[in-house]
Design a protein around this ligand. Structure first.
Ligand code: SF4
Ligand code: SF4
Length: 193
């Protein structure tokens, strides 16, 4: 094999996405079943089938619009689109990929700030306890968003019903979980260099 083949880099945006995610963009034939089944499609600026079409065009301006869109942050990874798609196209993986690209390129939609804060609080909670610690997640999220007093009246009821634990449960394997987080953070740093 020649050196040029070994260093092969896709010439198109869709080719690059396929290389990074394994999802073949051009398999989509625009049947629209993903958008019809998506629970948040009506809230999105670009519903899933349109996201697919925009990626198929290989137009950098479309790609840029998606990086700045709310669609990628509103996707809840429910996989309804994947279940319905006749071509088994993994849109949730694409949405996750676009979120990462958007965040790294500092192009996140300003309206997605609270969703991003929730993502960070969720991951920090798992990093610390090895599992989701709801109380820590809520406090952390509220500190990040500045919404400290919002919903505060429902907390006592949730304590009484045992839905909120004031003390985190720490799992035995949390060193392994911390190692996973460290590895991802190091990979991200190397990727930036
Ligand atoms: S995974 Fe995302 S895009 Fe697909 S149906 Fe669910 S919310 Fe919609
Ligand atoms: S369901 Fe699949 S083939 Fe149909 S528009 Fe959506 S991604 Fe494309």
């Amino acid at each position: 094999m020649s050196a040029s083949h070994e260093n092969h880099h896709p010439a198109t945006l869709s080719g690059e996405i396929t290389m990074d995610t394994g999802v073949i963009i051009n398999k989509c034939y625009q049947c629209g079943k993903c958008s019809a089944g998506c629970p948040v499609a009506t809230e999105m600026d670009y519903p899933p089938s349109l996201v697919m079409r925009m990626l198929q065009t290989d137009d950098p301006s479309h790609y840029d619009k998606l990086l700045k869109s709310m669609s990628i942050w509103l996707c809840v990874s429910c996989e309804m689109c994947l279940t319905r798609c006749p071509m088994e196209i993994d849109i949730p993986v694409l949405m996750d990929y676009m979120r990462q690209k958007s965040y790294k390129a500092k192009k996140t939609n300003p309206q997605a700030k609270k969703i991003i804060s929730f993502h960070k609080s969720f991951l920090d909670s798992i990093n610390y306890t090895g599992r989701l610690y709801e109380m820590g997640l809520i406090v952390d999220y509220k500190m990040r968003t500045g919404a400290m007093t919002q919903d505060v009246a429902v907390a006592p009821k949730m304590f009484i019903k045992g839905k909120l634990n004031p003390v985190p449960e720490l799992i035995k394997g949390r060193k392994k979980v911390a190692a996973i987080f460290n590895r991802i953070q190091n990979n991200n740093k190397e990727g930036k260099q």
